[in-house]
Design a protein around this ligand. Structure first.
Ligand code: NAD
Length: 358
């Protein structure tokens, strides 16, 4: 079977790591026709926007995309392309598996967690007003003295509908992937209405899976401590957008850092696979950063399209390259200035060679 998949190189170090990932995925033998689409700061001049319509149309048509990271310049007038993409395509579930592969330098060896983050609402909805704006002043007046005069305001919307959808996704993922427990995480003791609603809606969904998947709740501050002390007790975590973003990085840190943390944004119609990390623009063009997070995202993509054997072979080859510890980038060596560290492209070559040996 052949597939047509959208490939977004992104900007910063994105094009280098995506090129390595494309070569590795092609080497699995799965027949993919890549439709290359540019987005990010480098296309601003050409299209007047970092997210041209043709990119969205391509993903809508092909239903699957592999994406490199895209820079969000601070204070340049447009919001994150990554957030816009998730909103436009209604990619409501952000899936971030955090699995320890032997050979990775980490304080923890027994971690196999999956973070499921709600992607469409919460403080990421982009409903905010500058300090001194008429809207901010209006809300401050409505709050009856509970907000400092002159404050900037961000709104945190949480709905039962979006919460039930993401919690159902987490439970279905748990069932499909032989997981045993879903933990909902929020701060309902303080945000009684928003986070309270998140737990209430989650509990309702959990009842449908009673006897099949265990359900529990944690407050987000306590969850951070628990994850640092005993991450092996957790399995699938489901969280509102902001906590999900923060805990994804925490969990990535438990299993060796951003260089090995893959991800996916999934909706009813389409799915976009991308690493947790950003564009690391400092290292642009240096053939230096780790492509494994994007390659692992490609492995998740192969599973998503039903190419399980290719995904298994790819994951085994990545695991072998990691455990051997030779052909890995600087971030995976004992010291960051280790002269034996290889470049982005060479990690791709090593994974391809490993697949060819099998
Ligand atoms: P970042 O993840 O790009 O980089 C932070 C640091 O992590 C880097 O300096 C580097 O030391 C390390 N790192 C990241 N990726 C690595 C890799 N593949 N291999 C080895 N080391 C790696 O985070 P940032 O500096 O906060 O963000 C840079 C830009 O990326 C920002 O504009 C941000 O908005 C954007 N961003 C995009 C996405 C996305 O496209 N989904 C996600 C996060 C951040």
């Amino acid at each position: 079977m052949s597939y047509r998949i959208t490939l977004i190189p992104g900007d910063g170090t994105g094009p280098e790591i995506v090129a390595a990932a494309k070569r590795v995925i092609d080497a699995t033998g799965v027949d993919i026709e890549w439709e290359i689409q540019d987005a990010g700061v480098d296309v601003m001049d050409r299209y007047g926007t970092p997210l041209p319509d043709v990119v969205l149309e391509s993903i809508r048509r092909n239903k699957v995309a592999l994406k490199g990271p895209i820079t969000t310049p601070i204070g340049k007038g447009f919001r994150s392309v990554n957030v816009a993409l998730r909103k436009e395509l209604n990619l409501y579930a952000c899936l971030r598996p955090c699995k320890y592969y032997p050979g990775i330098r980490s304080k923890y060896q027994d971690v196999d967690l999956v973070v499921v983050r709600e992607n469409t609402e919460d403080l990421y909805a982009g409903v905010e007003w500058e300090a001194g704006s008429p809207e901010a002043e209006q809300i401050i007046a409505m709050a009856g003295g509970r907000i400092h005069p002159g404050s900037a305001i961000s709104i945190k919307p949480i709905s039962a509908e979006a919460t039930k959808r993401i919690v159902k996704y987490a439970f279905d993922y748990a069932l499909a992937n032989k997981r045993t427990k879903v933990t909902a995480v929020a701060k309902a003791n303080i945000m009684k209405f928003t986070d309270g609603l998140f737990f209430e809606a989650a509990r309702e969904v959990a009842k449908e899976y009673d006897g099949r998947i265990e359900y529990e709740e944690r407050l987000v501050d306590n969850m951070c401590m628990q994850l640092v002390q005993k991450p092996e007790l957790y399995d699938v975590l489901v969280l509102p957008n902001l906590y999900g973003d923060i805990l994804s990085d925490l969990c990535a840190g438990l299993v060796g850092g951003l260089g090995v943390a893959p991800g996916a944004n999934i909706g009813e119609e389409s799915a976009v696979f991308e690493a947790t990390h950003g564009s690391a623009p400092r290292y642009k063009g240096q053939n230096k950063v780790n492509p494994i997070a994007v390659i692992l995202s490609g492995m998740l993509m192969l599973r998503h399209i039903g190419e399980k054997d290719a995904a298994d072979r790819l994951e085994k080859a990545i695991a072998t390259v990691i455990v051997e510890g030779q052909s890995v980038t600087y971030d995976m060596k004992p010291h960051r200035d280790d002269p034996t560290a290889v470049g982005t492209a060479e990690v791709g070559d090593a994974i391809i060679q490993e697949m060819e040996r099998r």
